[in-house]
Design a protein around this ligand. Structure first.
Ligand code: PEP
Length: 246
């Protein structure tokens, strides 16, 4: 059986403060776990985090361009220089609010990899799509848009399954619902590269908290979590990081 190191990633979104940076870094430095811990704060805080072996840093978005006249954008190289090792790409809020379509998501993921960042590529269905039993169809389309075009990304990215109806709503997919989609994703990407499909980490996001994470992490294809709201609470996020033992 393939060993995949669990990844517990915090997406602070447009939240956080210098106090939270200090509190979170102090709390995570006390933790002993074999899991990989990642904090994706607003980029302005990247350089405020003390260097530590306890956690990695990431960004929540990256420009699809290399450099130049793109006001307000931040390049992958800049993120890397600022200490990021990962970047979230294609979060549903970016797709819904800022027009990040599949082509843009792919372009951003490629920029990330070229700068030696690991993209965490997010996929998920809406509530209407789930109710119409289109979940697998929708996920397959989004996966193909990235991995059929660039199967080499399977070896250099992380997949986040984030059902849109579960993000920030308090409503989590049941462990069985999440496992079914994670298993589908792994099977689906096997057509591009069997070995990489077994090795890629597929993490779950959608109202993960210290109470529901144990059952989620017990599922064989759930390799960690992308945590929004609960990642803003030092004690709760620390507890999630400790729960996700492999
Ligand atoms: C997210 O935004 O990636 C997320 C999973 O948020 P929450 O945990 O708050 O649902």
């Amino acid at each position: 059986m393939t060993q995949r190191r669990p990844l517990i990633a915090a997406n602070w979104k447009m939240n956080g403060s210098c106090e939270l940076v200090q509190g979170m870094s102090a709390a995570l430095s006390q933790i002993t776990t074999t899991n990989e811990i990642l904090i994706c704060p607003p980029v302005i805080f990247l350089s405020s985090f003390p260097k530590s072996d306890a956690y990695q840093l990431g960004a929540q978005n990256v420009s699809n361009e290399l450099q130049g006249a793109f006001t307000g954008e931040i390049s992958a190289d800049m993120l890397r220089d600022a200490g990021a090792r990962y970047v979230i790409v294609g979060h549903s809020e970016r797709r819904a609010l800022y027009g990040d379509n599949d082509a843009m998501v792919l372009a951003k993921a490629l920029r990330a990899v070229a700068a030696n960042l690991t993209p965490i590529i997010c996929f998920g269905e809406t509530l209407a799509e789930r109710q119409q039993e289109k979940t697998f169809e929708v996920i397959a389309q989004h996966l193909d848009a990235v991995y059929a075009a660039h199967p080499e990304l399977l070896a250099t990215s992380v997949i986040a399954y984030e059902p849109i109806w579960a993000i920030g709503t308090g409503e989590t997919a049941t462990p069985e619902q999440a496992q079914a989609v994670h298993e589908f994703i792994r099977q689906h990407v096997m057509k591009f590269n069997v070995v990489a499909a077994q090795q890629i980490r597929i993490i779950y996001g959608g109202s993960v908290n210290a109470e529901n994470c144990t059952a989620l992490f017990a599922k064989p294809d759930i390799d960690g979590a992308l945590v929004g709201g609960a990642s803003l609470k030092t004690a709760e996020f620390s507890a999630i990081c400790l729960t996700a033992q492999d």
